[in-house]
Design a binder for this molecule. Structure first.
Ligand code: NAP
Length: 315
């Protein structure tokens, strides 16, 4: 498969696309939409006037505003790219201005909560197709985005029961045009799967970096100096946006707590194996986990380069 986005479309998929929240994800969608000519007009909406000014300077939208109600007017597609906890307020602000026949979508990392926050505000005749692009980096803001962020990454659609099939297919086409492979599942299943593949790993990273920072017997300079022993890779994840991740945990509480319960039990078993010198148990687990990493590489979701492809010549 190519590592480039396809050529611009002759006819855009949507007339007017309004993106709300021009951070990493929103600005990446804007760039990819421009590159592939997926929208006749792109309207950028952000609560921060500095972001609106930056989006204008970057030239990644045709129009930029802080006014949600005005920005979504006449849009054929509206995509919420704000932290999960801000979705209800945004839905409330836009509900009176949505055009009949419009599609509303989002990119939130949690789905059931977003549906509960947004759906009650949507007028009759507006379809809601929630989406989660499983792609990202630890950077935030409009300068962090790039057009190929979604290339060869999964995008999960979680349409509530009864959603117009045509709207789902249009969103499938939209995300395919952004380079993603698209899968459809229920919001509840999404939240459970992502709790173990994304949310709990982030919590573990935040926790281990926090614990190391609090240790009294190891100095901060030693933590940094010897970080290549594994710690460094956790620090990348633990540098992720604090607002976004606070909202993820508060809005996927049940699934995260369920997975944490399982994790705690398994950690207790590992501690026991170490205490009683049960090397076979440790070796069996580490063999299974190595196979999982190889599976991720062979599916094209990670680089096969040793040490994530970091250069070894000091450059
Ligand atoms: P980000 O870079 O922090 O950008 C979020 C933008 O939304 C900021 O410009 C923010 O402005 C703005 N915003 C917040 N509340 C708003 C409101 N009420 N009205 C208008 N604009 C508002 O965040 P991101 O990483 O793009 O994440 C956005 C969404 O994508 C989140 O729901 C997240 O769960 C999801 N997601 C993220 C990733 C990832 O790896 N980052 C991956 C997949 C999905 P302020 O700066 O003023 O708050």
């Amino acid at each position: 498969m190519s590592d480039r986005l396809g050529p611009p479309l002759e006819t855009p998929l949507f007339g007017r696309v309004a993106l709300i929240g021009l951070g990493l994800i929103g600005s990446s969608i804007a760039r990819a939409c421009q590159h592939r000519h997926l929208a006749g007009t792109i309207v950028a909406i952000d609560q921060d006037p500095a972001t609106v000014a930056r989006v204008t300077a970057l030239g990644i939208a045709d129009r930029a505003t802080t006014d949600v109600a005005e920005g979504v007017r006449d849009a054929d597609l509206v995509v919420l790219c704000v932290p999960v906890g801000a979705c209800a307020a945004v839905a409330e602000a836009m509900k009176g201005s949505l055009k009949p026949g419009a599609i509303v979508s989002d990119v939130g990392s949690v789905k059931a909560s977003v549906i509960a926050q947004v759906q009650p505000h949507l007028p009759e005749g507006v379809a809601f197709v929630p989406a989660h692009p499983v792609a990202g980096t630890e950077y935030s803001g409009p300068d962090a985005g790039f057009a190929t962020l979604f290339l060869k990454r999964w995008c999960i659609l979680t349409p509530p029961e009864g959603t117009d099939e045509d709207a789902v297919e249009r969103m499938r086409a939209f995300w395919s045009a952004l380079g993603s492979d698209v899968e459809v599942m229920t919001a509840q299943h999404h939240d459970l799967v992502l709790a173990i593949t994304s949310h709990v790993p982030h919590l573990i990273a935040y926790n281990i970096v926090g614990t190391a920072a609090d240790l009294e017997t190891v100095t901060q300079s030693e933590v940094i100096k010897f970080s290549a022993g594994g710690f460094r890779d956790f620090t990348r994840i633990a540098a992720s946006d604090p607002t976004m991740w606070r909202d993820v945990f508060l809005h996927n509480k049940e699934a995260v707590l369920e997975m944490l319960g399982r994790l705690n039990e398994d950690i207790a078993l590992l501690a026991r194996a170490i205490r009683w010198g049960e090397g076979d148990k440790l070796h069996d687990l580490f063999t299974r986990t190595r196979a999982i990493r190889r599976g991720i590489i062979s599916e094209g979701q990670e680089t096969p380069e040793p040490d994530f492809g970091r250069r070894r010549d000091g450059q």
